[in-house]
Design a protein around this ligand. Sequence first.
Ligand SMILES: [Zn+2]
Length: 461
Amino acid sequence: MVHFPLFYFSNNLFDLSPTSFVELLAITFSFGFAIVGISIGITKIIKKPTNPIFIIVNIFLFFSYGIFFESLSKNVIEINHFYIIPIFFAVFFIFLKYAPKFSIKLAKVVFTILFVFIIIDVITLFSEYEFNNNEKYWAQSNDTNIFNLEGLPNIIFIIPDEYPSKSWLLEHVNYDNSMFLKKLEMMGFDIGDTHSNYMMTNHSISSTFNMNYVVHTDQNFEYTNQISQSTFLKLLRQNGYELIQINGAGNEYLENFDINLCSPNKIWTHEEFYKQTIIFPIVEKLVLDNKVDNRMCFFNELLKIENLENKKRFVYAHILMPHSPYYTEDENGNLIDLKRDNDGIELLGNNIDIINDKLINMMPEIIENNPNTIIIIMSDHGYRSDFNVTSKQMFENLFVVYLPEDYELEEIKSNVNIFRSIIRNVDKNMQLLNDEFFLSCFGEIIKIPEDKEYRIECWAP
Ligand SMILES: [Zn+2]
């Protein structure tokens, strides 16, 4: 059973931290023991002697399904679970009936094979794994405890993932977004002209919350942790702020938050791992449905946010939109998954229509129910899922801000400075950083020289 999380881990080095690995081990062993139990149960029911070969085959059938499915779907067109599940069941029944009798010799062969599997996994894993955990993630020290946030208002921070700038939309997809911005302006929003500093969600949002540049990451860099433990949120906690997350981005749960709304059951955070097992079709169904529910939950909870008692409060609302998957709306405003993720750029306008429409409809109520509150709508990066887009265009994002009376923001040019600029309203010791831009390539973070532009294949200048 150890083989399966190791096998998965060695293929996903950049995605997993040691904690996730331990969780995967626990999940694998739970499944494993359940399979052993069920296998023994079945042989008891049909009154056959318990056969270890049958049990081991069942474990392999269960955990290897996704690998067979994926390699077949790469080579065969139009493959689906409907054809493969019966094959797996056929193998199951053959072994149930004809599993070879267990002998010492057979046991030796089986355990040698298992042992070889694990040795190969361990070697792959260790040869690629970076152990350099103490490497610095940040360009400068994150110690900002000297700042006094007294007098800072409440903040609602909305991140529509991958929302591009007005000029980018007009130029690349011929989408005119001026009405949306005009309506926000009429409600009292200022329209900013900013760029994101990163092309990846995890680097960008971590950087914004830490008011600092991420210059290196490794497998221990989990962005939900980087947000939870970020400098800005630490300052807010020290100043008695209540922290609320409204999660519209799938698998995001934030420690240290007082309230996590629309967060998933912890079990779904290992979606990719389940996809290797025979429960893949069930997970696929559940998680797909889950996405629509999650996005709807996000909009519902955002509309419900109110702070009429004017408690000190920070609301973080990240939604994976207009980022894929793409949706359409029914007449009641419910989302329907179009299941056409590969059409990308053609459907971008669809998702922007939906999110614009919902935000414009909700905003008057949100403003009214949250007095003395800064409302920021800022995307983590621009559109980047197109190989023709250059680095500078990927950073063209959306930034609009609603400020209560007596507050102002300086002419900030990039995401890294947004909270610095807000803090400068109450403490001028906070300095703005120079605007710098970074590409993220296969786990490496590369600073873009000022005079250079890169295509998205970032290894080729
Ligand atoms: Zn993003």
